[in-house]
Design a protein around this ligand. Structure first.
Ligand SMILES: Cc1cc2nc3c(=O)[nH]c(=O)nc-3n(C[C@H](O)[C@H](O)[C@H](O)COP(=O)(O)OP(=O)(O)OC[C@H]3O[C@@H](n4cnc5c(N)ncnc54)[C@H](O)[C@@H]3O)c2cc1C
Length: 419
């Protein structure tokens, strides 16, 4: 089949690879000048195959509203205009009720485990070399945080997910660079999680997709998709182009294309921030920064090790401008790094970034047919696009090729959002 992919973030690149591997003629259209230039650019790099959870877990919508305009809040509204997102938050709140949450968490977990396996297969088979490190420690600073994490621990145990509830001493063995003065109650260690450089991986896999015959077109914004057989793609300055299928991998920017194609999807851009700085070296030795990945449960901020650099990422800002970096949010990232690993990074050389997570109100992405003829979706990966990309691409490619999906795809199709 002749297939167009719109968007070359981590989701578009992995999709291009899997579809080319399945023998299709693949063309990727990306509005920016390279792959992984938007939401996939400087994410934390956490591969959260065990600790994955819907972005809108219990309490998150309330937290956003309660802290609506607080400058250093980890979840807030980006502007007064963002109050228009209240219906979306209401939908997210409903999806966070126990029975629904459990089903969505299970769907995400199945996909994340499958994705982990596919990432490993690709890394080994194609000998991809990118910055990575195993392990993820969720830090619990207070007894209240330990208490709050109990339902999650029960779910993990029931689902057979490998994890270890570690006391403070054990946390310091797992991550020896942790600040000795940090008041720490406990931690949950996910040995099967890890950290990997998403952008590096996307560049490597793009080359492999090209080897299989996929073509990439950069500075090539798609303006419209007309469903049908064939499906038509409209680009500025070009006549409409015909394809057998178009796969929308446009991340948080997919909304206008979806609307023009007549597809309804409650996709919301939730902005986040990251700060990346080189590790400090003293007498030629790296300062004791993180070994792999740490998440501070209090602020939902992750600190990860990417080669000789440290990255701190988090904050959920609903609405607001993508090009306006809020000082309060950046200060929060610096503060958490300083509390956990004081002096470990050369923060005066830090690079700051703001990116958009493409979030659906209930958590899992939408993979498969959109309902509009010829239009397919690989969208809405939220906080976990890197974790889920390799598995999602495989599921999409198998389904589009007319084969059974390689895992139970319950709650991964658009049908769940149309009920
Ligand atoms: C601060 C932060 C930290 C994060 N940390 C993690 C993490 O640790 N682990 C994890 O798994 N995930 C993480 N995420 C989430 C992850 O980054 C996203 O889920 C993922 O990047 C989404 O990938 P994507 O390919 O769908 O979107 P994108 O990477 O945004 O790609 C979409 C592409 O489509 C292109 N596009 C859009 N519209 C058009 C058009 N009309 N024509 C042509 N091209 C178009 C865009 O230019 C873009 O390149 C984080 C996100 C943020 C913001």
């Amino acid at each position: 089949m002749r297939i167009a992919i719109i968007g070359a973030g981590i989701v578009g690149v992995t999709t291009a690879y899997e579809l080319a591997l399945a023998g299709h003629e693949v063309s990727v259209f990306e509005q920016r000048g390279s792959v992984a230039a938007e939401g996939s650019f400087a994410s934390a790099g956490l591969l959260a195959s065990s600790s994955i959870a819907p972005w809108c877990g219990p309490g998150v919508p309330w937290r956003v509203l309660r802290q609506a305009f607080s400058r250093q809040a980890s979840a807030r509204l980006g502007s007064v205009g963002a109050l228009a997102q209240c219906p979306w938050l209401w939908r997210a709140w409903r999806a966070g009720r126990p029975a629904a949450l459990q089903a969505h968490r299970a769907a995400m977990h199945r996909l994340a485990q499958f994705s982990r396996q596919r990432l490993l297969e690709l890394t080994q088979a194609l000998r991809l070399e990118f910055e990575q490190a195993p392990g993820h420690l969720l830090l619990l600073r207070t007894a209240a945080e330990v208490q709050a994490v109990q339902p999650l621990l029960r779910l993990l145990t029931e689902a057979g997910v490998t994890h270890e509830l570690a006391d403070a001493d054990r946390c310091r063995v797992i991550e020896p660079g942790l600040n000795e003065a940090l008041a720490l109650k406990a931690g949950v260690h996910f040995a099967q999680d890890g950290v990997g450089n998403c952008r590096q991986f996307a560049h490597l896999l793009k080359t492999e997709a090209q080897r299989l015959g996929a073509s990439f077109f950069f500075e090539a914004p798609v303006q419209g998709i007309t469903p049908g057989a064939p499906v038509m793609l409209q680009r500025a300055g070009h006549s409409p182009e015909a394809f057998d299928a178009a796969v929308l991998c446009a991340g948080a920017a997919a909304a206008p294309l979806l609307a023009r194609a007549g597809v309804k999807l409650p996709l919301q851009a939730v902005h986040g921030y990251s700060m990346t700085a080189p590790l400090r070296h003293v007498d030629g030795l790296a300062a004791p920064g993180p070994r792999a990945a740490i998440t501070d449960a209090r602020h939902r901020i992750s600190i990860t090790r990417l080669g000789q650099r440290v990255r701190v990422a988090g904050v959920a800002e609903l609405g607001g401008r993508p090009d306006h970096l809020a000082l309060g949010s950046l200060r929060l990232l610096h503060r958490v790094l300083d509390e956990c690993f004081p002096g470990a990074a050369l923060t005066q050389k830090a690079q700051h970034w703001k990116g958009a997570r493409p979030v659906l109100p209930d958590g899992p992405p939408v993979l498969g047919a959109s309902g509009a003829p010829g239009v397919w979706l690989n969208l809405g990966h939220g906080d976990h696009g890197w974790t889920l990309a390799c598995g999602s691409a495989r599921v999409l490619a198998e389904t589009l090729s007319g084969r059974e999906p390689p895992l139970d795809a319950t709650n991964l199709t658009i049908a769940r959002l149309q009920r």
